[in-house]
Design a protein around this ligand. Structure first.
Ligand code: KIV
Length: 290
């Protein structure tokens, strides 16, 4: 089955030909963990563009339009400057480029923390503009009321505990969490609070293995790990990390490709062929019709 979709420029929709699969739903993802057991681990990758979504869609249960796009796409120093409009626009592109995976969009810093009502307005805007199925927000106990407020009003919420990058200015960096007993117990309490509030899944980021196991066993919702060991119910990576587009590889990332080298080699060959007038050749040149 081809995963390459045709972009239908008449409607601006990415129309797969033929439409390959029916889209998964949030309840279907939630049900993948039953009585504490997830028979088949949940697969999530980040996507920020329509084309990347097209390539990843058939292989993933969820596509996350992460606010990591701040660093990956925009070259920002952290996720803190990312805006609601950036997230809405990239999420819309990912929805247009996918037909199978559930698309979840990150709520950016500053768009949800002030009150449940502010969070609802931001989340509703994201879902209306993009067509995504749900939102992800960072924080545990402090966000539980907001998670309940959103889920009771029709907005599925994925939680995010452990290392929460939007709090980098409070945490002081991106080190793994849960090394001390107090920190581990706080992460477990955070996850439980989100679970009780109705989060349909919870990302656990940068969490030491014993804490990841405790969190996964403590909550009913599936726990999707990033840098949180194999003890979780599923895994997520930033696609550009696992595709080898960056020089720096965090310890928890496994590189499944080395796209940076492939791109650099292609650019270098193109540049030398332009300079030597080898490109364009006859095959790439239009001639008058005879
Ligand atoms: O923004 C993001 O990409 C994320 C993942 C790292 C889970 O939140």
């Amino acid at each position: 089955m081809s995963t390459t979709f045709q972009l239908d420029t008449a409607t601006s929709r990415a129309s797969p030909t033929p439409q390959p699969m029916k889209r998964l739903t949030v309840p279907a993802i939630r049900k993948r963990k039953t009585d504490g057991v997830t028979a088949e681990p949940i697969v999530m990758l980040t996507a920020y563009t329509a084309r990347m979504a097209q390539l990843l869609d058939a292989h993933c249960d969820l596509l996350l339009v992460g606010d990591s796009l701040g660093q990956v796409i925009y070259g920002l120093p952290s996720t803190v400057p990312v805006t609601l409009e950036m997230m809405a626009n990239h999420a819309a592109a990912v929805v247009r480029g996918s037909y199978h995976a559930v698309v979840i969009v990150d709520m950016p810093f500053g768009s949800y923390e002030a009150s449940p009502e502010a969070a609802f307005a931001s989340a509703a805007h994201l879902l209306k503009v993009s067509g995504a199925a749900g939102v992800k927000l960072e924080g545990g106990e402090a966000m539980a009321e907001t998670v309940a407020f959103l889920t009771q009003r029709g907005i599925p919420v994925m939680g995010h505990v452990g290392l929460t990058p939007q709090a980098v200015n409070v945490l002081g960096g991106y080190a793994a969490r849960g090394r001390s007993d107090a920190e581990a117990q706080k992460i477990v309490r955070d996850a439980k609070a989100l679970d009780d509030a109705g989060a349909f899944a919870i990302v656990a980021e940068g969490v030491v293995e014993p804490t990841a196991l405790e969190v996964t066993q403590a909550v009913c919702a599936p726990v999707i790990g990033i840098g949180a060991s194999a003890q979780c119910d599923g895994q997520v990576l930033v696609s550009e990390d696992m595709l080898g587009l960056f020089e720096r590889v965090p310890r928890f990332v496994k590189r499944y490709a080395d796209l940076a080298s492939i791109i650099e080699e292609a650019a270098s060959t193109y540049a030398s062929q332009v300079r030597s007038r080898q490109f364009p050749g006859a095959a790439q040149t239009y001639q008058p019709t005879t």
